[in-house]
Ligand binder design. Sequence first.
Ligand SMILES: [Zn+2]
Length: 338
Amino acid sequence: MSKATAPLTVIFPERLIECGGYALGIDVGGTKMLAGLVTSDGDVLHTWRQETSRKDVLNGILNFLDDVLASLEPLEKEMLVGIGVSTAGRVNWHSGVVEYATPNLPGWSGTHVKEILIRSFRLPVCVDNDGNAAAYGEYWCGSGQSVPNLAVLTLGTGVGGGIVLGGQVIRGSRGGGGELGHLVIEKDGRPCNCGQRGCLEAYASGTALAARAKECGIWENPTSYTVFEAAEKGHQIAQRLIEELCEGLALGILNIINFTDPDLILLGGGLSSTGESWLPLLRQKVGEHLGEKSKNLEGKKFWNPETVQLAQLGEQAGMIGAAGEVLARFGFSGFQNI
Ligand SMILES: [Zn+2]
C-alpha cells in the first residue's frame, strides 16, 4: 500500500467541534492527487498529496484515501460528513460515473467512482468535474464569496471551467454543462482533444502555448513557462504568442459574458500564476471585443474590466470545492442544498 505524506497542518480538536463537521476533498488530476480535510467554514485543516497512479487510477485513489483516513484522529473521523471527489474528465453528477477521461487517466473512463467509494468507505460521496468543483470552491470560500454569479476558467495543461449562477453550479442534464474550455472560438480552427475544432482549449492552454512556441523553432522543447519567462525579458516573439493566447481567451470570455453576465470571471490553474503580467492586456482585449456593448444607455461603461480577476484558491480550489459540495449536500446547517 502506498504511503500518504504526513499532514502539513494540524489544529486542536476543540476547533473541530466549533466547526460543526467537515469533509474530505480530493482532487484527482493527470499527474497528482491532492486531498484535504475541510471544515464547514471552509478552513483546510490538513492536506495530503500523492502522484496519480498511471497504471491503475482507481486503486491509486483507494489506497491514498485509505492512508489519509487512517491518519485522522478519532474525533476527526467521527466528525467526517463525507468525501468529495473533484476529477478531470466528464462526470455524471447524479450517478457519480466518470463518463469520459483523457488518456492522461488510463482506465478512468466508465468508472463508477461514487458507488465504489461509498462501498469502500461507508460515507456519503459526491463526484464532480474539476472545473465545476473549482467554481464551487471559489464561490464558497475564494474570490467569489461575495457574489452569486461567477465563471471560473482553469488554465493548465487543458482549459477547464465551471459556472455558478444564483449560487448553483450549472451542470445540465448529465453533468456535462459548464465545459468552458470547449467553447468554439474559431470556425474550422485548431483541432482539440475533444474531437471538435477551434475550442478555447486549443488556444489558451499551456499545451497550446507550448505547441505554438515549438512551431516558431526558436526554443528547444519549449513549455508554456519558457514563453512567459522570455516575454518577461522582452522577447518579442514570446510577447506575440502571449498576445495570441490573450486574444483566444478574450473571445472565450466574451462568450461567457454574453451567455451568463457574471459578476466575476476568475482565472485559475497553473498558467494563472503568471497572470499579473498579462491580465491588463486580456482585460483590454475583452473590452475591445465588447465595444459599444460595454457601455450603458448614458454612454458610460457597463462592463467593468475588473470583472476578470485571478482566482484565490490556487491548486486547492477543486479539492475545497468538492469538500464544500459534500458539506452542502450532507452536512450541517448554514448551507443551501446543491
Ligand atoms: Zn474541445
